[in-house]
Design a protein around this ligand. Structure first.
Ligand code: ARG
Length: 258
C-alpha cells in the first residue's frame, strides 16, 4: 500500500490542484489515468487497531477508512501513504504536519475542533458498553464504582473519566487490550465504539454488548487548521464519493445492514 516517495517534480504540485474527473467508483480497479509525473504522496495518520475502520492484515492496511482515504487520494490525483500510530498521537501529528490528515473513526468534538479542522462527517459511531456474559452490569448506572477499560484518548476514555471518575478508568493503548483485560477480570466493562465492539465480541467468546448507548457521534477527517485548501479538496471529494455511492458501497463491504 505505502510506496516510497520517489521523486518530486515541481510541476506535480500543479498537477494536484486540478481534481481528476470521471474517476471510476470501482474501489479495486487500478488507476486508469496514466500520468506523466509521479503522483504526489498524501499521508494519513491512523491507529490501525480499530476494525472495521482500520486494521492490519499481515502488512496490509484494511478497512472502511483506508478504502475511503484511498478513494479520496485518487480524486486528488495523489498516492495514499498510511502512517500507523497511537490514537492519542494523531491530532498532534496532524497539527505538526507530520501527516496531511488524520482518519481513524475519529469523533468530532468541540475540544478537538479547537485543535484541528474537521471535514464533513462520513459515518456515525456509538459508544457502547461491553461486559462479560454473566455480568451484573445491565445499565449505565450499574457502572458506578466499577472498573472501566477504554482506549487512551478516545471519547469513550474521556467521557467515562468525566462521568465515573479517573480512578475507575483504565486506559489501554489499544481497544483489543481493554477487551483482553475484561476477559481476564482486570476491568468490569469496556467502553468503545460500536463497530469495533461488535468485531471484538465476535472474536472473543463470553462477551456481550449492552443495549444502552452511551454516546452517539459523528466521524470525520481531521486536518490542520493551516491547510484549509486540503480541507476544501477533501470535502469536495467526500461530496462526490457520497453522491456516486462509493462511500455507501465501501461501508456495506464491512458492515452488514441490520
Ligand atoms: N471514535 C472514538 C474517538 O474518536 C474512537 C476512535 C478510535 N480510533 C482508532 N482508530 N483507534 O475518540
Amino acid at each position: 500500500m505505502s510506496k516510497k516517495f520517489l521523486a518530486l517534480v515541481a510541476a506535480s504540485a500543479l498537477a494536484v490542484t486540478s481534481l481528476l474527473s470521471g474517476c471510476g467508483a470501482e474501489k479495486t480497479a487500478p488507476d486508469a489515468d496514466v500520468k506523466e509525473t509521479q503522483a504526489k504522496v498524501i499521508k494519513m495518520g491512523t491507529n490501525a487497531a480499530f476494525p472495521p475502520y482500520e486494521f492490519k492484515e499481515g502488512e496490509d492496511f484494511k478497512g472502511i477508512d483506508v478504502e475511503i482515504a484511498d478513494a479520496i487520494a485518487k480524486e486528488l490525483g495523489m498516492e495514499l501513504e498510511i502512517v500507523d500510530m497511537e490514537f492519542d498521537s494523531i491530532i498532534t501529528s496532524v497539527q505538526k504536519g507530520e501527516v496531511d490528515f488524520g482518519m481513524a473513526g475519529m469523533t468530532v468534538t468541540d475540544e478537538r475542533k479547537e485543535e484541528v479542522d474537521f471535514t464533513s462527517s462520513y459515518a456515525t459511531g456509538v459508544q457502547v458498553i461491553v461486559v462479560t456474559e454473566g455480568s451484573d452490569i445491565a445499565t449505565l448506572d450499574d457502572l458506578e464504582g466499577k472498573k472501566i477499560g477504554t482506549q487512551l484518548g478516545t471519547t469513550g476514555d474521556i467521557y467515562s473519566k468525566d462521568d465515573f471518575g479517573e480512578e475507575n478508568v483504565v486506559s489501554y493503548s489499544k481497544g483489543a487490550d481493554a477487551i483482553i483485560a475484561l476477559k481476564g477480570g482486570d476491568v468490569d466493562a469496556v467502553i468503545i465504539d460500536n463497530e469495533p465492539a461488535k468485531a471484538f465480541v465476535a472474536d472473543n467468546e463470553g462477551l456481550k454488548i449492552l443495549d444502552t448507548e452511551y454516546a452517539i457521534e459523528d466521524y470525520a477527517i481531521a486536518i490542520s487548521k493551516d491547510n484549509t485548501e486540503l480541507l476544501d479538496k477533501i470535502n469536495a471529494a467526500l461530496e462526490k464519493l457520497t453522491a456516486d455511492g462509493t462511500i455507501d458501497e465501501i461501508i456495506a463491504g464491512y458492515i452488514k445492514a441490520e
